[in-house]
Design a protein around this ligand. Structure first.
Ligand code: EPU
Length: 424
């Protein structure tokens, strides 16, 4: 099993390019099943999760071919709408196959995903949406078997206890394309990744209005055709590099970022006194060389609120800010597995329910330690802490990171980090 060794304390400097967005790419790859024509998807990040999604697409009948490193052609002349547990258990995002299967074949048989380390991740809202569309649903051998042959347009309120649902919205959007009539989703998620999915579906010929708002209207029953589409840049990877630049007191220029989708993050960075600027093309300039960071309050929320997928990285960043910061996690209230590991490096963080209370000190470096990654974003936070720590940090279970960051250690090395990947 791979682990990473980081010798901290080097300022990261130079230019780096973010990859395509994982969370935009996964539902878009699934959505390629909606047409029998060829779809060519550009800016596909090379990640274990995208490779797994492509493998599932092949297993259900699609012809998948890489045209170049980040461009994939997918042609699904026929689709067998069945995704078994062995595959689904490896990646929760495979739930969005349900919507794609329903939109294309009006049936779906996909294993129900199990528990998740970042918190309870039910799919009750997805099921509510399918029911509203007129689907008949049965649970058999751990699979959600959906008969959508009578699907018809409906008004569906998709909000839950913690707000809107991202993959739930993706699922109902795609299923509604196979329903007769018009569907309206209220309290739809409008994360940039959902907007990207809508733009892709529109390019396939889908009629969707309200894109970029919490009310989406979808006209079902239109014939969809192939297209060429470029995935947006990964705003979580961009945010992670920003933290890396600031925490190591370096200077970074971040390229291939999609503009105007990270406003809340810049607002917080401005609050803490960080020198970060995004130009009209989306290029981000980070100057951590002279900044004394201040503490702040961060509350995660659905878009356009602060993203839960940057919460762990900001916890790491705020250990380097003067004063007491409070980070409140409202999307996954117990998503704090990175905290005990950061504390093993000398960070002063206390957890109180859904709050992390961070006693930050600009003048005190974290101390390197042996750490265990528990999930994707927690891994990123541990890398960041290791980069600014004194001495050596070893992060094991780095496969979590490989699910969502393309060549992360290699990219960090190109910016001057002393980081090596080794096998146990
Ligand atoms: N929820 C329900 N019922 C449902 C669905 C969700 O109560 O049926 C709750 C969840 O428990 C959570 C909240 O609603 O409290 C939001 O969950 P959501 O459904 O939006 O999450 P998701 O679609 O499963 C995606 C991302 C996650 C990201 C969340 C929130 C993908 C593939 N995954 O998950 O990304 O944290 O949205 O923005 O898009 C990651 O990349 O590290 C990651 C976990």
């Amino acid at each position: 099993m791979d682990y990473v060794r980081i010798r901290g304390g080097r300022a990261l400097c130079g230019e780096i390019s973010v990859s395509g967005s994982k969370n935009a790419c996964l539902p878009i790859l699934a959505a390629c099943l909606l047409t029998k024509d060829e779809c060519v998807i550009e800016n596909v990040p090379h990640l274990s999760d995208t490779r797994l999604m492509l493998k599932i697409l092949q297993l259900v009948g699609a012809h998948v071919q890489y045209q170049s490193k980040h461009t994939v052609s997918i042609r699904a002349e026929s689709v067998d709408p069945h995704a078994p547990y062995e595959l689904v258990k490896q990646m929760r995002a495979s739930v969005c196959l349900m919507g794609a299967f329903l939109g294309r074949t009006q049936t779906s048989d996909v294993s129900i995903p199990g528990g998740c380390v970042i918190g309870q991740r039910p799919i009750d809202l997805h099921i509510k949406g399918f029911n509203k569309l007129g689907c008949k649903i049965e649970i058999k051998n751990g699979n959600l078997c959906i008969d959508g042959r009578d699907m018809h347009g409906e008004r569906i309120f998709l909000g839950g206890r913690n707000g809107s649902t991202v993959t739930g919205t993706a699922n109902i959007l795609m299923a509604a394309l196979g329903a007769k009539g018009t569907t309206t989703i209220e309290c739809a998620a409008y994360e940039p990744e959902i907007i990207d999915l809508c733009h892709f579906l529109q390019k396939l010929g889908a009629v969707i209005t309200g894109v970029g708002t919490s009310t989406l209207t979808i006209e079902g029953g239109h014939e969809l055709h192939g297209c060429r589409y470029r995935i947006i840049g990964d705003r979580m990877e961009a945010g992670t590099f920003i933290c890396a630049g600031l925490m190591t007191r370096g200077k970074l220029k971040i390229l291939n970022n999609t503009p105007n989708i990270n406003s809340v993050v810049y607002d917080k960075l401005n609050d803490i006194g960080a020198n970060v600027y995004e130009d009209a093309d989306g290029t981000i300039f980070v100057d951590g060389s002279n900044c004394e960071l201040r503490s702040s309050e961060v509350v995660t929320m659905p878009y356009p609120g602060f993203p839960t997928d940057l919460q762990a990285q900001f916890c790491a960043l705020l250990t380097q800010a003067n004063g007491i910061s409070i980070v409140t996690e409202r999307v996954y209230p117990s998503r704090f597995m990175h905290v005990p590991e950061l504390n093993r490096m000398g960070a002063g963080i206390m957890i109180e329910g859904e709050h992390a209370i961070i006693h930050g000190v600009t003048s005190q470096r974290l101390i390197g330690a042996q750490l265990m990654a528990s999930d994707l974003r927690a891994s990123a936070a541990l890398f960041l802490a290791g980069l600014c720590a004194e001495g050596e940090t070893i992060v094991s279970r780095v496969y979590h990171l490989d699910r969502g960051y393309e060549r992360f250690d290699e990219k960090l090395r190109s910016l001057g980090a002393d980081i090596t990947r080794e096998s146990a």
